[in-house]
Write a protein that binds this ligand. Structure first.
Ligand code: PXG
Length: 471
């Protein structure tokens, strides 16, 4: 037990927080021992797009917390909704012929903002749980239809679908599969639609490559036998994988292939949902019409945990009319406080016109800034989709050669960001952002100024250390 359990927030020093943290708190996706040596940065408060740490440093949060704080920090409508609901009814379940007003009203509102054909929602507590629901629901659908052997779900390498057994199995992260005997049976992976790695060297245009990458889905369906393939799942834009924006030809072709073989199409909207790409859902931006959509994060702007699945008519009709009891659910399915916050959040996104703003104003403004960043000597490729952006760092701009992996150039750049008061993630050599949707043009200028400064500092390191390669 800690010897300082009585300390109040204001009286504990950063050092004290770090020591207690290292003693007791096992962080997600973390090398515990190495974090204990370095010490965590303690984040104590936030407002709009900024965070403050326990030493009083102000930080521009270009990652929206973890891809979730779409409306920015400190929104009174969300705080009030939570407070009011906590007082009125902090919890009741939805299992035994009961429901609560916030869960019903949020379900109603989600059906309204979703594309046509989505009238039903199944709530979970997170994106990972939402994808567990996807696996259960997809297989149940084919069971009810009398095709129980149709149980394989196709996903992609370098996808991220969560960290539960099913989520991590659907995901295509080799490091996760290596721990704990994953993937679970019945989940297979095809290569991702990443032009830079898989299409550029073959001399294909991005559009040509998009069709090729989609054809890998058809190849796999035919290899397995269409009667065995239940569903295909993908993120419209891969987030955790490094903001991999597929060519415009990819998703329409994936849609055509799924239609051809009757395979269910699942769009994991955990990151892309709720305005991130400039439409309510990323699949709308990408030109796909999924049967199921996983959501989480942006549904409450991360103020409180909530996730779920939007269930399209094809699946809903089968489960409702012919399925009997669906033996699946969570204590917190339709949690009233989470749903009250979700309701306030989705209304706020709508009232502030944030989705439209991303599509027609701040999204294009960020895209223009990134076109300029593309000329930086370290940047091989710069792309955005709505308010997601990626910069690929290269050792030789003219030939696009990569840095030696052991240099961990992304982490070098991230270190500069950390010191300069900017949160930008590194995924390998891709530097990625996904700022709150409320960010203004002036704040985008500020953010891009910081990004440029961190790139300059990284370039100076690379020159000094002789890491750059010539063409
Ligand atoms: N699907 C997608 C597309 C996600 O991005 C999940 C599912 C799982 O959601 P929960 O709520 O169970 O975490 C996610 C989560 C990263 C990072 O490193 C990304 C996520 C989570 C943690 C880290 O970018 N995305």
């Amino acid at each position: 037990m800690s010897n300082n359990t009585t300390g109040t927030r204001s009286t504990r020093s950063t050092r004290d927080w770090q020591e207690a943290d290292a003693r007791h708190f096992l962080h997600p996706f973390t090398d515990f021992q190495s974090l204990a040596k370095k010490g965590s940065r303690i984040i104590t408060r936030a407002d709009n797009i900024y965070l403050w740490d326990s030493d009083g440093n102000k930080i521009l949060d270009a990652m929206s917390g973890l891809w979730c704080v779409n409306v920015g920090y400190g929104q009174k409508a969300l705080i009030d909704a939570a407070t009011k609901q906590l007082g009125e009814l902090p919890f009741y379940n939805a299992f035994f012929q009961t429901a609560t007003p916030p869960a019903i009203e949020l379900a109603e509102l989600l059906a309204e903002v979703s594309p046509p054909g989505f009238e039903h929602v199944f709530f979970s507590g997170s994106g990972s749980e939402g994808n567990d629901t996807i696996v259960r629901m997809v297989r149940r659908y084919w069971d009810v239809l009398g095709e129980p052997g149709r149980d394989i779900i196709i996903s992609r390498h370098n996808a991220y679908h969560g960290s539960t057994m099913a989520g991590a199995s659907l995901g295509g992260m080799a490091g996760m599969h290596a721990q704990g005997g994953l993937p679970i049976p019945g989940i297979v992976h095809i290569p991702q639609p990443y032009w830079w790695d898989h299409g550029r060297h073959q001399g294909l245009s991005r559009e040509q490559f998009g069709l090729l990458a989609a054809s890998w889905l058809e190849d796999r369906i035919l290899e397995l036998g269409p009667h065995r393939v239940a569903a295909f799942i993908g993120e419209p834009v891969q987030g955790a994988g490094g903001v991999i924006i597929p060519p415009s030809t990819y998703w329409p072709e994936v849609q055509r292939i799924c239609d051809k073989y009757g395979v269910l199409l699942v769009s994991d909207e955990v990151i892309c949902g709720f305005g991130r790409t400039g439409r309510w859902f990323g699949s709308e931006t990408m030109g796909a019409r999924p049967d199921l959509m996983t959501f989480a994060k942006g549904v409450t702007s991360g103020y409180i945990p909530l996730g779920g699945v939007m269930v399209g008519d094809r699946v809903a009709k089968m489960l409702i009319e012919r399925g009997g009891e669906f033996a699946h659910g969570y204590t917190y399915s339709g949690h009233p406080v989470a749903c009250a916050v979700g309701l306030a959040n989705v209304r706020l996104i709508r009232d502030l016109g944030l989705v439209e703003r991303v599509r027609t104003d701040v999204g294009p403004y960020l895209a223009a800034a990134y076109r300029e960043l593309a000329s930086h000597p370290l940047v091989g490729d710069a792309e955005t989709c709505g308010l997601m952006g990626a910069l690929l760092l290269v050792a030789d701009k003219s030939g696009g050669k990569a840095f030696a992996p052991e240099l961990e150039i992304g982490m070098v750049c991230r270190g500069h960001c950390f010191r300069e008061g900017l949160i930008m993630r590194a995924v390998g050599d891709r530097m990625i952002i996904a700022p709150p949707l409320v960010i203004t043009r002036a704040q985008i200028d500020e953010m891009v100024g910081l990004i440029r400064r961190c790139l300059d500092l990284t370039l100076a390191d690379a020159v000094r250390e002789g890491w750059l390669k010539s063409a």
